[in-house]
Design a protein around this ligand. Structure first.
Ligand SMILES: *[C@@H]1O[C@H](CO)[C@@H](O)[C@H](O)[C@H]1NC(C)=O
Ligand SMILES: *[C@@H]1O[C@H](CO)[C@@H](O)[C@H](O)[C@H]1NC(C)=O
Ligand SMILES: *[C@@H]1O[C@H](CO)[C@@H](O)[C@H](O)[C@H]1NC(C)=O
Length: 747
């Protein structure tokens, strides 16, 4: 009895021990995925097609080969491991042949040595890389009319979003006020049903909606209460990126009773296919993202928008291009899907890109021409510039300034810091009402535990006429963005100006010997910050936009491949937001958000690519990429060379002349991209040449193990090697060289 109990405890402990150490691994095995299978395996017929055809994923041929691959994955695992010591999360069959599995490192080693296994990589994490822009890009006048107007722009093109999901009830995604959407026969994605409302996520505009969380669940990072086991956007990011690329046209951006113009996607008639694989706080896991991409391509999307990148170069793959994520994307491109990926937000420092491969269009972020400015007028005549996306204080009146620390209700019980104005209940309403409340910008704002939204709510609930948030010390490189607020409010970001304010306040405020205020005499007014100012010195490369050179491996050696590819607007972009999102403190519960990131730049390119694809339905992804890249501009609105934001020696911000490491080929020009004249349909052959050059520059990797090329590269890229041999030039319009060289090792 005792022994049995002991054994039980032992087993339980042992299981916990094993599970505790278990991690998600992405495994690729021998044998072609559906996309490149040319027959020969157990009598299964070929599933691969010529590059300009689409695979019919519903055919008996494809589904039976898919079942066959999945059975082989299960058999391999069943042969190697005891039942219940592992959990297979996904079988990847379409773009790569492999699976994601939750196992211990010891089991991973066994798997690595097993015959037929090509690679075993520990899963790694990815993160989100966080509307006026259609006019800035010349879409309404220059581009949409050629496609039949905004109500046809992007018609029947399906854009897949691998992101944090969607808020389906947003007007940017509604289908009530538009021409009815017909079916898109080529697209076969599923629509999950909302577990709460029991309604489908799809409405014609949204044409597919699925979520992928097996790896997040296995890693115990998934919390259904806030992450939602459905395509519902628990963040806001996914709704934002989908609206930038394909949101409806003319949607009024209303917040706090003010309309900030009208928003539109780049291709407002394009369809949205949602593949949720990113979650709040932790981001996502590559195993889920790969499953999402595999499904998206299987379902038949035309374009993939990826505002997601790895937290760091994949540690276990020798070259950045050959990790399972990038290889999956290569197969997606081979299947005819154009892929736009955010460059990353690690700028302005070199080698910060998180999008590596030649087959992907890597998008850097630009500041467009719209800037918001505001100012605070003090009673002593000084005018302090600041950031405040707010209405002005009322009429010609001036208002008394009261500092939060001087209007505390009971200064002896101070559980919370009062000066950052996050809690109205610690302040004396009688002293604040009708006055301008002065607050301090503490470190809590940087960490996200304090927000400008809360300051404005505090000021409003106390009946204040407005608020001022003074930055008195700042870590170098801190970036301040305007936050839309409902009452007059301004952030004084310049430390010396904040000092001017504090000095003025101190000298005009009289105190008794205990320091208590006897009378407040300082006054001020806050200007109107709602009207944007349009600048000619645009576009500029945004400070945060990741910079080249591209790296080829974990040791950060240079890759011989220019990245990023193209620059698109990505700074302070207005677009749809999910009221269910909780990560961005300033936009909790709101229907729109004004945010920045290469995350916002990538969907601009995805949407413009949809317009190009609509006009030129038979162009390959490489042709679309070429059209976009050969028609860019390297000049700003004032016809000067593009500039880039950089840090000066003192870590203040300065402007320098931008280089291709900042902007790639230059800033996107949609009108020209629709009519590029010459296109380089370099296609896969060019990609391979790039890889080949790269491999020559990486002699260590390939020389030390010449068979790696045939084993690993041919294995991973086998599709390409086959392709260059079997290609018979059906497409006479475009010259596609064949490359026999690639059938043998390059060294
Ligand atoms: C503000 O003052 C000017 C000049 O004193 C006056 O003409 C104007 O009507 C005033 N505006 C308001 C809103 O009181
Ligand atoms: C303003 O006055 C307060 C209270 O007397 C004092 O703590 C603070 O140091 C003063 N600030 C400046 C900048 O003089
Ligand atoms: C998402 O937000 C909407 C609007 O605030 C709300 O009605 C709905 O209940 C929320 N859904 C969940 C699952 O929290």
């Amino acid at each position: 009895m005792i022994a049995a109990e002991f054994l039980c405890i032992f087993i339980v402990l042992f299981t916990i021990f094993i599970l505790g150490r278990a991690e998600v691994y992405i495994v690729t095995v021998e044998g072609e995925p559906i996309i490149s299978y040319r027959g020969g395996d157990n009598g299964f017929e070929a599933t691969a097609v010529e590059s300009d055809e689409k695979i019919d994923t519903t055919s008996e041929l494809v589904t039976s080969y898919a079942r066959h691959l999945e059975k082989k994955h299960d058999m391999l695992l069943g042969l190697l491991f005891e039942r219940d010591t592992y959990k297979k999360l996904y079988s990847y069959k379409h773009l790569i042949n492999g699976f994601a599995v939750h196992i211990t490192p010891d089991q991973a080693e066994i798997l690595q040595r097993a015959p037929g296994v090509k690679s075993v990589e520990r899963d790694w994490k990815v993160r989100r890389l966080t509307t006026h822009t259609p006019e800035f890009l010349g879409l309404p006048t220059g581009v949409w009319p050629t496609g039949g107007g905004f109500d046809r722009a992007g018609e029947d093109i399906v854009i897949g979003f691998v992101d944090s999901g969607i808020y389906p009830h947003h007007p940017s995604f509604g289908s009530h006020h538009t021409d009815p959407y017909g079916p898109v026969p080529k697209y076969r994605g599923k629509c999950e049903v909302d577990p709460d409302t029991k309604r489908s996520f799809c409405n014609g505009k949204i044409i597919g909606a699925q979520h992928f969380a097996e790896a997040a669940i296995a890693a115990r990072a998934f919390n259904p209460a806030v992450d939602f086991a459905s395509p519902l956007d628990g963040d806001g990011h996914g709704s934002h990126t989908a609206a930038i690329a394909a949101g409806n046209n003319g949607i009024p951006v209303r917040m706090h009773g003010h309309e900030f113009g009208r928003a539109s996607g780049m291709a407002p008639r394009a369809r949205i296919a949602v593949y949720k694989a990113l979650y709040r706080l932790f981001g996502g896991f590559v195993a889920d993202v790969v499953a999402a991409i595999d499904q998206a391509v299987h379902d038949g999307v035309d374009i993939l928008s990826l505002s997601v990148g790895p937290n760091s170069p994949p540690a276990t793959t020798k070259t950045t291009f050959l990790n399972p994520f990038d290889v999956t994307l290569l197969a997606a491109v081979k299947a005819g899907v154009f892929v736009a990926q955010a460059a990353g937000n690690g700028g302005p420092f070199p080698k910060t890109l998180v999008s590596y491969s030649p087959w992907i269009t890597t998008v850097a972020a630009a500041i467009d021409d719209r800037r918001y400015k505001n100012h605070l007028n003090l009673g002593n005549g000084k005018i302090l510039a600041g950031i405040g996306l707010s209405p002005a204080t009322h009429g010609n009146r001036t208002f008394t300034l009261v500092a939060a620390n001087d209007v505390l209700l009971d200064s002896s019980v101070m559980k919370y810091s009062a000066s950052d104005c996050q809690r109205p209940e610690v302040l004396n309403k009688n002293l604040v009402e009708g006055n301008i409340l002065l607050c301090g910008y503490s470190f809590n704002f940087v960490t996200g535990t304090a927000s400008i939204k809360k300051v404005s709510e505090t000021a409003k609930s106390l009946g204040a006429a407005g608020f001022v948030l003074a930055v008195e010390n700042v870590s170098p490189g801190t970036k301040f963005d305007p936050v839309p607020v409902g009452i007059p409010g301004i952030l004084i970001t310049d430390v010396t100006k904040s000092m001017d304010l504090v000095d003025y306040y101190n000298t005009s405020t009289t105190r008794d010997w205990t320091g208590r205020v006897k009378s407040f005499k300082g006054t001020g007014t806050i200007g109107d910050g709602l009207m944007p100012i349009l600048h000619k010195s645009a576009p500029q490369v945004a400070l945060f936009s990741a910079r080249g050179p591209n790296i080829k491996d974990f040791s950060f050696q240079d890759a011989d491949l220019l990245k990023p590819d193209i620059l698109a607007p990505g700074s302070l972009i207005w677009a749809a937001w999910s009221p269910n999102g909780t990560d961005e403190a300033n936009f909790v519960g709101e229907g729109f958000a004004l945010i920045s990131g290469t995350s916002m730049a990538a969907p601009h390119i995805a949407g413009i690519a949809a317009l190009v694809k609509q006009k030129h339905p038979y162009w390959s992804p490489a042709a679309i990429k070429s059209a976009l890249m050969t028609t860019t501009t390297k000049l700003d609105r004032a016809s000067r060379p593009l500039q880039a934001q950089q840090y000066s020696e003192t870590e203040a911000m300065k402007l320098v002349t931008a280089t291709p490491f900042d902007y790639g080929s230059g800033h996107v020009n949609p009108r020209a991209a629709l009519d590029p004249g010459l296109i380089f349909d370099a296609g896969l052959i060019r990609l391979l040449i790039n890889l080949f050059d790269l491999s020559c520059l990486a002699p260590i990797y390939f020389l030390t193990s010449p068979n790696l090329f045939s084993d690993r590269l041919r294995g991973l890229l086998g599709i390409l090697v086959h392709d260059s041999r079997h290609r018979h030039s059906r497409d006479k319009k475009l010259h596609k060289p064949t490359l026999q060289l690639l059938n043998g090792p390059p060294v």
